[in-house]
Write a protein that binds this ligand. Structure first.
Ligand code: SF4
Length: 1606
């Protein structure tokens, strides 16, 4: 049975030397179950297709069964999504190539430092994976086996089946194949292991580990390795025939140089398990090590890392697209070296059963075994963000040419990635383009290079300091490499120059034709009537025209809306929808981060290529002859240019079909015609629904010839070309009327289209601009007077911006990687449709068939013929009106509810609630749960036998609505009401006023309190604290005091209204009160970034959970996710990361303002997310570890029952809580003009707020009573009995208007029981971090005395890297008692060593920490006061000023305090800092990003994008080499010299303090030469600081930087 609190994941070791021997247990949950998720969630294989068989006869022929089964189809989402991971990696290498056993021991020590970056299975003992890659231990092998000869032998490290007979069979066929390939088998060797150290779950699948040594006399190592590679591939093909894709017999490595020892192990037992690693004869010059954290609870031995070439920390977001393209280019891959073996090498990648790392490894391996050096291989696979790169632009254009050339051959494998790799001669490391994983390196005087995910790997920091001659880190897109044969160590630009010089890439890149510089049409191309006919026929509604297209044409922005998506899922609706509406965009959560397109757009590109991609294995001048587009949105003349570009041989295909005919036949015909054209040399297939292309009379549409939905035909052609192995031979372009919103373009590109010419959307812009109505509005000044060209420019600008946002939600930087990646979930399409056009995407609920879609297409088409209506139809998909689509939350239901609860403290009436209930029951089908009904297995019971409402309401919560988005009155009334009933309110983002944390005791008989005089209906004893306090990405108001006063802490990963996006509070809502809580300035807009800058992976989430448990060990930590396919795997990872609560939100909830496209097209239904999460957690035996909370669009007791049966323990209400307290669903929340003061900060409107706590109490009691009635009818007495009983649900027998193929079976499964009932889960103790270094300090009587008396306490002790989040517990302890800065005493802590992650987090005033050594990432996270100083040991040989002393993302969310660090920091220094001061001697990219206050002084080099989104505070940058200006983001801030005396004083004061605290040589130099050096400083000033004394100019002209980033 899982324990109620997890064991320690960072148990502290007494000394550094002990780390490797210390048994470090995992923090993950216990479970011994076997996941059957794959089977349960797996879509039927394509081979079993029924309706899709119309295209089946033209599938690509493959000879080998492996090829037939794996590669004749596109990659399936479910096959990939079950393996998500992140990890810790590193290596040690001797530059001189000296082999010794010490390298192994040192690597094992480093691996021990990574334990907390990995995870374990449910038994807390079976590691998700750990291992090492080394040189082959020739000495050891030769001591055991005669005939072993380095240079002639290769060694295969093999996992054999446990069954003796099967293992023998495998040995036999491997031997046979080796002999067939001309090898002599020198011998087999059982690798000695100690199985007693393997965890119980890992033991179940523990393979027999064996080595085979084979020999062949070949001229070079390279030839030997190629022969071994072919042999391994042939073995894999044979294994597949025997076992399928399950890797029953798996080759860890088969090489003449390297060997991999790995398994489902924890770091600490790798050396214990593999006895070879203890053998002194095991000598190597390098060792790569890796520790894995898998979201899957039943990880596999083969997926442990390192792989054969690389070890990976991070995740490849673009995997599905990468695999699809890789599979379809296989036919093109040839090289003289592989002549005759082309089929032997296939498949290159492996979809099912392989992780992203394993697949990338396979591609990298192929390239390096062909003719590529390791460094260029990694550069082209994981390219740097080479555009807008100041250094590359000016100094290294040849490097840009390299990237530009290869962009046309190989799409990037994009996502967070620290990759360490080796081919046996070189060892290196590469970081992703956005620098999302940490990578530190050290060079020692005896020529060893260490690289690791974090510090501490060298052991004792004082001992190693004297040996370290260089310390550094990898920045975004950077690389390092050790050539052990040549004895060299190279870093980024030297490597890039070497790679770029290998071939004349600059010359070759001239074959890329730019299509640009064409003008928009200057006049309408259609008559108004013809335009209207086309708009109606193609499905445009008045909302599409006005709220989508015209809104973008007006000012280049998407329209904003609020209160979620309240209409029916399209498949449930009776109204026709465009095909795009059945697709929901996927978004990144937890396992990978979204990108920030606003502030970090420098890493993004929408460029796309048209034309054939040449042979990747043999890049030559003619391999990349392509057209380049800067955006996939083509205007008419650009398309014309494409058609006229000779080498493309572009050809148009009409996409109309005959009304009444079989649409799928026409699709098949077009696919075949496109195939034939491509075979004949066409490199650009243009699918067109332009009437001219259809050949209709007068260029007008024909009533008899509707157009196939463009997404349907484009997807079909894409997959047909994939099937035919032709996909890389040609691009697909659409010329279509059926694309006008950002979502439409994203869908088309996502399913393989390179570019889209939206001719009717452009015409709609033109028609709008030239219409009399617009002319009149312009005259009245209500619309700005823009030209017809400008409105088209604005439209395209908005689409491009929206596309970047959609890409960024999933963490994509490059449109070229997004293309064909199919990053969508489908809700409401049947198998025949998916199998034809959207192969591999998830569609769980069935729905519209080809015939249904043809009918739906006709229903739009028929509206335009024969009579043309006078205007566009109103569908009501966005706004609610009686003639339009039904909206589930609407003014009528709000009126009924107000009456029922007695809004304003009046008497509630159950009979009025019945009216509300009846209204809900009669409402049209809107949600998936509306398609379900309860079928009980018991007889009804009297209602008094059912548990009381008071017990049920304790399970109710309210949504995370921020104070700022809603008014103070609403926020506090909701909190008070929830506290009255024992439920939980949620603070949302933005902090909370401490006066709310004490009960009210001054309420008079009128229900009014002096301290809360703006509220009505109070009672003495009421308390306005929010039980759940939220930690969102902006970290506004997240101080130690806030955290220490929480019952629960919620990490908001995503929100239902706009998953994958950040938040924004408009300046007009930032009142002085709101600004004070958020530590910002009134009137300044507050933006929360899309990612949490401390969560770029699952292991990062585990760290933040750890930090929060550290600062408040009593508060449960919940993680808020949004439903989408694969959420079960994510939730399992979150449970393993030690969360106490998981909240699943549906896409339709959300109360805040969001872009319309985000509200409508992202996130999945609550029901599916809930069911998948509950099933996955139960099957993985993690269910009892977490409380599962449902949230999103719940409106009545029946919704609660449904959520309970689907598995939820607790139930959240957002919109309904607002309605119950007064919201009338006017839906103008985003304007600050809410007429009832619910969602406004305006004083006048807030006075109109009608709600009282009793209104919400009454609502929840009514809901609870409704639940009780349902329970009584079912014969169930307690909620505990029915939670998770999906089998008590069945699909309702109600016909849907549009399809008969809806299938709710996914929702009606019984996942099985778990060992606890729901109420036991809820009452479990909070998960623990285990014993902590800080516990010993807090237990010290002198410390307690100092805290009690506000006295002084001093202590000196050691720290090692497993001591994580140091300072958080002491900070929380003091903050709970004294607040963030109320402690008048002094706690002084001196530490020596390498500090773990989040050092100095959540410190408060009065706590001073000094560290001699080095820090990791997240130093001073959330610091509110106190001081941290960090300096290297005095005898560090390397120059301190140029050495890295702390990692990434320091001071994230700091609200006070001071940091002095003598050395450099990584990326995002001081991100979202709002009040802290800091001095540092060099930083990476994105310094001061989103800063709203405080002061940062940087005394050394800086990376790019300084000051992005910085709205407050000041920065001072010492610009020695005059390069600073090119690094500044001038969107908001300006740079000026330090001219005011207050500014100089501030700067000099901080540098003086820096010197005093750290003895920095740099600081001393500056102070000694102050008058000479001061002019070299730039002061960075946002507008809000311009008037301050520090930034003001005293009689000297301001030197304002030229706008560079406009
Ligand atoms: S009444 Fe206020 S809170 Fe409710 S929808 Fe309207 S603006 Fe938003």
């Amino acid at each position: 049975m899982p324990s109620s609190s997890s064991s320690c994941s960072s148990s502290r070791c007494g000394s550094h030397l002990v780390v490797k021997h210390h048994v470090v247990r995992c923090s993950s949950a216990s479970s011994s179950g076997h996941s059957s998720q794959g089977a349960r969630l797996k879509p039927a294989r394509r081979a079993a297709r029924g309706v899709g068989k119309t295209l089946a006869g033209i599938r690509r022929h493959r000879h080998h069964p492996l090829l037939q089964q794996l590669n004749a189809e596109a990659v399936h989402f479910d096959d990939l999504f079950s393996e998500r991971d992140a990890c810790g990696v590193g290596f040690i290498a001797s530059m001189k190539g000296e082999r010794n056993h010490d390298v192994v021991d040192k690597a094992i020590l480093g691996l021990g430092c990574m334990e907390h970056r990995g995870a374990c299975s449910a038994d807390n003992d079976s590691g998700d994976g750990a291992g090492v890659m080394t040189e082959i231990p020739w000495k050891l092998l030769a001591s055991e086996m005669a005939g072993v000869e380095e240079g002639k032998c290769g060694v295969g490290m093999i996992f054999l089946p446990q069954d003796e007979g099967e293992a023998k069979t495998c040995r036999d066929f491997i031997t046979r194949l080796a002999v067939e390939r001309g090898f002599e088998v020198v011998g087999w060797r059982d690798v000695p292991v100690d199985s007693s150290v393997v965890g119980a779950m890992a033991k179940e699948t523990e393979p027999v580990v064996a080595q085979i040594v084979v020999k062949q006399d070949l001229p070079t190592y390279e030839e030997l390795d190629r022969e071994l590679y072919i042999l391994r591939k042939k073995i894999e093909q044979e294994v597949f025939e025997m076992y399928g894709p399950e890797d029953e017999c798996y080759i860890c490595s088969f090489s003449g140089k390297t060997v991999v020892y790995k398994g489902m192990l924890r770091s600490a037992v790798v050396q214990n398990y593999f006895l070879d690693l203890q053998n002194e004869l095991f000598e190597t010059a390098f060792c790569i090590y890796h520790r894995r954290f898998s979201t899957n609870t039943v990880p596999k031995w083969p997926l442990a890392q390192p792989m054969r070439f690389l070890g990976h920390n991070g995740e490849i977001n673009t995997l599905q697209g990468n695999l699809n393209i890789m599979n379809s280019r296989e036919k093109l891959l040839n090289h003289p070296l592989w002549e005759g073996h082309e089929e032997d090498l296939l498949p290159i990648c492996k979809g099912k059963g392989a992780s992203d790392s394993a697949n990338l490894d396979r591609v990298a391996e192929l390239l390096t075994k062909t003719e590529f050096d390791v460094e260029p291989t990694m550069m082209l696979l994981v390219p740097e963000a080479y555009e807008n790169h100041p250094d590359l632009d000016t100094k290294y254009p040849e490097v840009k040419a390299f990237y530009k050339y290869f962009e046309g051959l190989q799409e990037g494998w994009d996502g967070p990635a620290l990759l360490v790799f080796s081919d046996g001669d070189k060892v290196g490391a590469r970081l992703d383009r956005n620098g999302l994983r940490p990578a530190r390196f050290w060079q020692t005087e005896d020529d060893y290079i260490f690289v690791a995910s974090e510090v501490g790997v060298l052991g004792d920091v004082f001992e190693s300091a004297a040996k370290v001659v260089r310390k550094g880190r990898l920045g975004p897109g950077q690389m390092l490499s050790v050539d052990m044969r040549k004895g060299t160590f190279s870093t980024n630009i030297d490597i890039a120059k070497m790679a770029a010089a290998q071939k004349p890439y600059a010359e070759w890149a001239k074959n890329i034709k730019e299509i640009e510089g064409f003008a928009f049409k200057g006049e309408c191309q259609l008559s108004a009537a013809d335009a209207l006919e086309m708009q109606i026929a193609f499905g445009y509604g008045i909302e599409d025209s006005q709220l989508i297209i015209e809104a973008m044409a007006t000012d280049g922005n998407e329209a904003t809306f609020c209160m979620g998506d309240t209409i029916a899922l399209p498949v449930l609706s009776g109204r026709p929808h465009l095909l795009y509406d059945y697709f929901k965009q996927r978004f990144a959560q937890v396992t990978n981060p979204p990108i920030d397109p606003l502030r970090e757009g420098i890493v993004m590109s929408l460029a796309v290529r048209l034309g054939k991609r040449g042979n990747l294995l043999k890049p030559e001048a003619d391999s990349v002859v392509q057209a380049n587009l800067s955006s996939p949105v083509l205007i008419e003349d650009e398309l014309e240019e494409v058609m006229n570009t000779d080498f493309l041989q572009a050809k148009k295909f009409s996409t109309f079909f005959k009304a009444g005919s079989d649409m799928s036949k026409t699709i098949e015909k077009i696919c075949k015609e496109a195939e034939e054209a491509v075979r004949a040399g066409c490199q650009c297939v243009v699918l067109s629904d332009k009437p001219e292309v259809g050949g209709f009379k007068d260029g007008k549409l024909s009533a008899e010839d509707p157009a196939i939905p463009i997404l349907l035909i484009a997807g079909a052609v894409n997959h047909h070309l994939i099937d035919q192995g032709l996909r890389t031979e040609a691009s697909i372009v659409c010329e279509t009327a059926q694309a006008f919103s950002t979502h439409h373009f994203a869908c088309l590109v996502g399913y393989g289209v390179s570019a889209v010419c939206p001719y009717l959307a452009l015409e709609t812009c033109r028609q709008w601009r030239m219409s009399p109505k617009t002319e009149s509005l312009i005259k009245k000044g209500r619309v700005s007077n823009i030209s017809i060209e400008d409105c088209q420019f604005n439209y395209r600008f908005a689409i491009n911006k929206g596309l970047k946002k959609i890409l960024s939600k999933m963490g994509f930087s490059l449109l070229s990687s997004y293309q064909g990646a199919q990053i969508f979930d489908i809700y409401g399409l049947a198998k025949d449709v998916v199998d034809t056009s959207f192969v591999g995407s998830v569609s769980r609920i069935g729905g519209m068939t080809m015939d249904d879609l043809a009918r739906e297409t006709m229903s739009f088409w028929n509206q335009a013929f024969p009579e043309l209506p006078s205007k566009l139809p109103f569908f009501g998909f966005i706004t609610s009106r009686p003639t339009g689509e039904y909206h589930a939350a609407n003014p009528e239901m709000s009126k009924l509810l107000h009456k029922a609860v007695g809004l304003g403290g009046k008497n509630p009436a159950i009979e009025n609630f019945r009216v509300y209930q009846e209204h809900m029951e009669k409402a049209p089908i809107t949600t998936l749960r509306d398609m379900l009904e309860i079928k009980s297995d018991r007889d009804a019971i009297p209602i008094d036998e059912v548990e009381p409402a008071s017990k049920i309401v304790e399970r109710f919560c309210t949504g995370g609505m921020s104070l700022g988005a809603i008014s103070r009155e609403t926020h506090e009334v909701i909190a008070i009401a929830m506290n009255r009933i024992g439920g939980k309110s949620n603070s949302g983002e933005g902090g909370e006023d401490p006066i709310r944390w004490v009960p009210v005791d001054d309420v008079n008989e009128d229900g009014v309190s002096d301290s809360f005089d703006y509220l009505k209906g109070l009672q003495n004893g009421d308390i306005a604290t929010s039980a759940v306090k939220q930690v969102a990405s902006g970290r506004f108001g997240v101080t130690p005091h806030f955290l220490a006063n929480a019952n629960q802490l919620e990490i908001k990963i995503a929100q239902g209204a706009k998953p994958g996006e950040g938040g924004q509070l408009p300046g007009k809502k930032v009142s002085p009160y709101i600004a004070s809580l958020r530590r910002s300035k009134p009137g300044v807009p507050l933006i929360s970034p899309p990612p949490h800058h401390d969560i770029y992976s699952i292991e990062d989430l585990a760290q933040l959970i750890y930090d929060l448990h550290q600062v408040n060990e009593n508060a449960k930590v919940s993680v808020k996710l949004v439903a989408q396919a694969g959420i079960g795997t994510i939730a399992s990872g979150v449970a393993k990361a030690n969360a106490d609560v998981i909240q699943i939100s549906g896409h339709d909830g959300g109360t805040g303002a969001s872009p319309v496209s985000s509200i409508k097209h992202c996130g999945g239904p609550l029901e599916l997310g809930l069911a998948e999460t509950h099933i996955s957690l139960t099957e993985n035996q993690l269910r009892d570890r977490v409380i599962l909370r449902a949230d999103g669009g719940l409106r009545c007791g029946r919704d609660v029952m449904m959520s309970a049966l689907l598995g939820a323990d607790e139930y959240g209400f957002g919109t309904l809580a607002m309605i119950a307290t007064g919201c009338i669903m006017a839906r103008i929340c985003h304007t600050n003009n809410c007429p009832v003061g619910v969602a406004s900060q305006r004083e006048d409107l807030r006075k109109k707020f009608p709600g009282t706590p009793s209104d919400l109490v009454n609502f929840f009691l009514f809901i609870a009573e409704e639940v009780r009635e349902e329970m009584a009818a079912m014969g169930y007495r307690t909620m505990d009995e029915l939670i998770g009983r999906g089998d008590l649900l069945k699909q309702r027998d109600v016909p849907l208007e549009k399809t008969q193929n809806f299938d709710a079976s996914f929702l009606t499964q019984y996942a099985g029981s778990s060992s606890m009932v729901s109420s036991e889960r809820i009452s479990q103790a909070t998960h623990s971090n285990g014993p902590q270094l800080e516990d010993t300090i807090i237990a010290d009587k002198d410390f307690q005395n100092a805290v009690e008396t506000e006295g002084t306490f001093d202590i000196t002790t050691d720290i090692i890297n497993v001591d994580r989040a140091f300072g958080g517990r002491i900070g929380g302890h003091v903050a709970y008692r004294y607040g963030d800065n109320g402690f008048a005493g002094s706690i002084n802590i001196n530490l020596n060593g390498s500090a773990g992650q989040s050092f100095g987090c959540f410190l408060v005033g009065g706590i001073n920490v000094k560290l001699v050594g080095e820090g990791n990432d997240y130093v001073c996270k959330g610091m509110a006061g106190g001081e941290v100083s960090i300096m290297p040991p005095a005898d560090l040989q390397a120059e301190a000023t140029s050495s890295v002393v702390i990692g990434n993302t320091a001071l994230y969310g700091a609200t006070g305090g001071r940091l002095f660090a003598s050395g450099r920091a990584g990326e995002r220094f001081s991100v979202r800092n709002s009040m802290a001061d800091a001095v540092i001697e060099g930083v990476g990219d994105h310094c001061c990003e989103y800063m709203t206050g405080g002061c940062v002084v940087v005394l050394g080099p800086v990376g790019r994008n300084v000051g992005a989104g910085m709205t407050g505070g000041l920065g001072y940058f010492y610009d020695e080499d005059e390069s600073f200006c090119s690094k500044l983001n001038t969107e908001i801030v300006i740079a000026q010299r330090v001219k005011s005396s207050a500014g100089e004083q501030q700067l000099k004061g901080l540098i003086s303090d820096h010197f005093e605290k750290t003895k920095s040589k740099k600081a001393k130099m500056l102070l000694d030469n102050w008058s000479n050096e001061l002019p070299k400083f730039w002061q960075i000033v946002p507008p809000s600081e311009l008037g301050t004394p520090e930034a003001a100019n005293e009689d000297i002209e301001t030197e304002v930087m030229v706008e560079q980033n406009a």
